[in-house]
Design a protein around this ligand. Structure first.
Ligand code: ADP
Length: 242
């Protein structure tokens, strides 16, 4: 896999690390009856470790489709999606699910926390599913929540937290298993501007601290301007902005 897209950092050394995520000639077409909707046509994208990329495009352009493909929730009709050096298109569902659990964190517009569990338990959950011990999961959850300014809220249930706090717990949960990639779909779309700013700050802080790669769909141009790169979808292609 040597044909990195043009936006890849220039480096001829074979020791150059692979992108955290790479989409190569990805095609996705929806069919209904005789109609075909070409959402992605040979889309190319490389996300590098430690890099946050804003995905800015109008409704219906294909942002969710792209995030679902990147998150291995959907399969491309053609092309390849690499996680690190690993091609995923040929994988069966069990392999894809395993890779998703280990390598990908998701943050949505609504937090989707489990209401009957505390903040700490919500962040422990993906770690327990992965097979880590209670002690390890609890300690990692406390550390992450503390890092995101929620050290005093560990034992609060979601209903006892503000919208911004809930969303920070969702971010902590998404990165609890140290994924390679963080995918976020309008993570601040449901928050007032000041809270959105705070939550966004938490997200970029985590990206820089952990070296994961983030792809964040957002309509908030001010927040997008603070990310490392901005891309959009145009005629089924992923296009760099700026
Ligand atoms: P966005 O997230 O940017 O709003 P989507 O990825 O949800 O865009 O959708 C892109 C286009 O594909 C839209 O026109 C949408 O109606 C269509 N679409 C999305 N999912 C399906 C599907 N499962 N079947 C048919 N068309 C779909």
């Amino acid at each position: 896999m040597t044909d990195y897209p043009l936006d890849a950092p220039h480096n001829d050394s074979p020791a150059q690390p692979a992108p955290a995520l790479q989409l190569h000639e990805v095609v996705r077409t929806y069919r209904s009856g005789a109609d075909e909707l070409h959402v992605l046509r040979n889309a190319e994208l490389a996300l590098w470790p430690g890099q946050s990329v804003a995905l800015i495009a109008p409704s219906g352009a294909g942002k969710s489709t792209l995030l679902h493909l990147a998150g291995l929730l959907e399969r491309p009709d053609a092309g390849e999606i690499y996680m690190g050096d690993m091609p995923t298109a040929h994988m069966d569902d069990a392999q894809r699910t395993r890779l998703r659990r280990l390598e990908i964190g998701f943050v949505y517009q609504f937090h989707h926390l489990l209401p009957e569990f505390t903040a700490q338990e919500n962040v422990m959950m993906p770690q327990l599913i992965r097979g880590l011990s209670m002690e390890v999961a609890q300690s990692r959850a406390s550390e992450l929540l503390g890092y995101l300014g929620l050290g005093e809220r560990l034992l609060h249930r979601p209903a006892e937290l503000s919208g911004g706090e809930q969303q920070r717990v969702a971010i902590a949960r998404a990165v609890a298993n140290s994924p390679r990639i963080l995918l976020a779909d309008e993570p601040t779309g449901n928050l007032d501007p000041k809270t959105a700013d705070l939550v966004f700050g938490a997200l970029t802080q985590i990206v820089r601290a952990t070296g994961l790669a983030a792809l964040v769909a957002t309509h908030n141009l001010e927040l997008a301007s603070r990310m490392d790169r901005r891309v959009t979808l145009r005629d089924g292609l992923i296009v760099e902005l700026d």
